[in-house]
Design a protein around this ligand. Structure first.
Ligand code: WTA
Length: 686
């Protein structure tokens, strides 16, 4: 191991007692890892140290690990003061006395929007581009920091005139247009709590999130552009509010695609009517460091999505720190592009907040990668000279399928750091990303380093990731904890596993951007994350440490699926299926998929006459689409006569997964009825 690589590991927590363990959960999880067999993965020996020039100019040096280890939480206090501008300094770094409810930077006052906007203008960078926006049809808009600051001030005034005050919740159901970021920052400015709902969720899903957060305002658009056509958004908001008994007073509508919309007088308001005419004067006041910044719903192991709560000071500190160091950000010269939608946490931390807090220039693109042609992304990289690209392995695998000739038509020389997030990346895709994209089709002597970042909605910011100027990167591994973060892999008993073994991923110490709870449900917060292992945060992921101590993520060990980097709950989709009158029972599994990592496969038992209905599968797919959203539609729905259950009635998903992945079903000896797998196989043959 070279010196740089070993320096990158200083951040590791000390190893616990060596013991030989083979946790079943690790094995279970390993089957989720896409593509390459786990054994090959664990023997991945390629490693790519940074070039000397890159290491020399890097923002994040190896000393960060040493400082973080020596300083403890005070490392974060220093980052908080260096990276943010506080209206009032904090008096205590961390209050963990009411664990697992953390308070960071206690007593401090800070405004997220001021940090993302005004202070850059005050520092003389008002003319720097904050956002290059490119719409799917090719329309463009540019916002300098001065212009974006003004836009957010106007929106803040308009929201206040619509009755939104500090602490109120605002639901955001918008496409990837600048107004999405403007809305989030305007909320943050006035202390309102945004709850962004991904535009791919249905009216039903939107309503349950509006109700849970008791949102007062919904910000939406007439629609967007998707695959070359206008697509509607407002009708879903109308449908979600059709039934009375909701908390919404106003719906604020951005005009994006000029399609006709239904209008509810008194409730609906056009953005251009109230925001454009609002005053451009608005003073940001500091909010308490622990003031709620946003709620973001994510899938858990039960049917009901969890409202993950993030607060201000700690969240901004760790997102800004990681954005700067993981991506080696040089804000004066870099053009950064994160392809995530604001509907997911990546679009919160690494589109709406950190890039702006760090004063960088970023690209926001509205549409799909293949509209109007499969080279659209690479055309954008060339056009805007993107230097840092952050995307998901699914997107890389999709581009691989389209072929290297497509990116080969464009000049990708500007790219110097590549990031991935959301799901494990298979070494083959990693190598393709490195050579075809990061080396500009092999033309570059020193390809752009790849940083594979592991984190979650709950963690708020990167937790495991290489430092591109320090770590010798390995294809397929996220490798090392971020400086100041104590990640570990433990066995069933919560003991640290030795190098070369697998188990459960945990976090041992509180971190600044950690979730502060589940909205309205403190007990569920404790049960979900803090009850599995004493005093440790349980992430829900399986992981292994290789012989060098590098961490390899193996996928979820719970009932959460990861489809194209999107989190979906098996239980939530099962509930949606059984809510249809034709379905008696349903079981859902995530099956390995070449492109999307996992795919949703459902097994259903039908009621009575539905068995004769030739269109039942289409009907049920659409039903899931309307209950949850198109992203949750199963790839396959298999009609079966029975489901495999244990004597205590638990569905054995493992056996269904075998069927879904085309394997001989494994050990079925604990089934209540051992003929069930035979019955299923026969019915599927028909
Ligand atoms: C998975 C997305 C492997 C993991 C930021 C986690 C990953 C879940 C990686 C969180 C990665 C995320 N390698 N797996 N680099 N990044 N995951 O909340 O299973 O949408 O628990 O946050 O995605 O998904 P979420």
């Amino acid at each position: 191991m070279d010196a740089q690589a070993s320096a990158a590991r200083i951040g590791h927590v000390e190893k616990g007692p060596k013991m030989s363990v083979n946790p079943p959960a690790g094995q279970e999880a390993s089957t989720k890892r896409h593509g390459d067999a786990l054994e090959n993965l664990m023997h991945e020996r390629r490693s790519f140290p940074p070039s000397p020039q890159f290491a020399e100019n890097a923002v994040g040096k190896a000393s960060l690990y040493e400082e973080a280890a020596a300083e403890g939480p005070e490392f974060w206090a220093r980052q908080a003061r260096e990276l943010l501008t506080w209206d009032e300094d904090f008096s205590q770094t961390l209050d963990w006395s009411d664990a697992p409810f953390a308070k960071w930077f206690v007593g401090g006052k800070v405004n997220a929007a001021y940090n993302a906007l005004d202070r850059h203008v005050e520092a003389g960078n008002g003319d720097r581009v904050a956002i290059h926006f490119e719409g799917e049809p090719g329309d463009t808009r540019t916002y300098t920091y001065a212009q974006l600051t003004e836009a957010v001030k106007k929106a803040a005034n308009a929201f206040e005139s619509l009755g939104v005050a500090k602490g109120d919740r605002v639901a955001v159901y918008l496409p990837m247009i600048p107004e999405a970021v403007i809305t989030m920052l305007a909320c943050a400015r006035i202390g309102a709590v945004h709850s962004v709902v991904f535009g791919g969720f249905s009216a039903e899903a939107l309503r349950s999130r509006i109700d849970d957060a008791e949102a007062k305002l919904v910000v939406t658009a007439d629609g967007s552009y998707r695959r070359g056509k206008p697509s509607a958004l407002k009708p879903a908001v109308d449908a979600s509010l059709a039934k009375d008994g909701h908390s919404v007073e106003h719906v604020l509508v951005v005009r994006r695609n000029e399609q006709p919309v239904e209008w509810t007088e008194g409730r609906d308001v056009w953005w251009h009517d109230v925001v454009d005419s609002a005053s451009a004067e608005h003073t940001a006041v500091g909010h308490d460091s622990e003031h709620p910044l946003f709620i973001l719903y994510t899938s858990g192991t039960t049917g009901k999505p969890k409202g993950i709560l993030h607060t201000t000071g700690g969240y901004l500190t760790q997102t800004a720190f990681t954005h700067r160091n993981t991506f080696d950000l040089h804000p004066e010269t870099d053009v950064y592009w994160c392809t995530a939608d604001i509907g997911w946490v990546t679009g919160h931390s690494y589109v709406a907040y950190a890039p702006l807090v760090n004063g960088s220039t970023q690209l926001i693109y509205e549409g799909t990668p293949d509209t109007p042609h499969q080279g659209r992304w690479w055309e954008l990289v060339e056009k805007y000279k993107v230097s840092i690209l952050y995307t998901a392995p699914t997107a890389i695998r999709t581009c691989m399928k389209w072929g290297r000739d497509i990116p080969g038509k464009f000049d990708l020389d500007s790219l110097r750091v590549l990031g991935t997030v959301g799901e494990p990346i298979n070494p083959e895709a990693w190598m393709w990303y490195r050579t075809v994209i990061g080396a500009n089709g092999g033309k570059k002597e020193n390809p752009a380093p790849i940083v594979d970042t592991w984190w979650q909605t709950e963690t708020g910011a990167h937790m495991i990731a290489p430092l591109p100027g320090v770590t010798a990167t390995k294809p397929g591994s996220a490798q090392v904890p971020v400086p100041g973060i104590s990640v570990d892999v433990v066995d069933e008993m919560g003991e640290s596993v030795p190098d070369g073994s697998g188990g459960f991923l945990v976090i041992r110490e509180p971190w600044p951007s950690m979730l502060r709870g589940i909205w309205g449900d403190p007990q569920r917060f404790k049960d979900t994350y803090w009850s599995r292992f004493d005093g440790m945060y349980f992430a829900g992921d399986g992981a292994k440490k290789d012989e060098d101590g590098d961490i390899w993520l193996l996928g979820r060990v719970d009932d959460v699926m990861n489809v194209s980097g999107h989190r979906l709950s098996t239980t939530e989709i099962e509930s949606a299926l059984v809510s249809h009158p034709s379905v008696a029972e349903a079981a859902v599994v995530g099956a390995a998929d070449e492109t999307t990592g996992e795919a949703v496969v459902a097994f259903v038992i039908l009621r009575g006459s539905a068995k004769e209905d030739p269109d039942i599968v289409t009907t049920l797919r659409n039903h899931v689409g309307s209950e949850i959203g198109p992203i949750a539609k199963p790839r396959n729905i298999l009609v079966v006569p029975e489901l495999p259950k244990t004597r205590s009635g638990k569905i054995m998903r493992r056996l269904l997964k075998d069927v879904a992945e085309g394997r001989e079903a494994g050990d079925a000896s604990t089934l209540a009825d051992n003929t069930v797998m035979q019955q299923i196989a026969e019915s599927l043959k028909k």
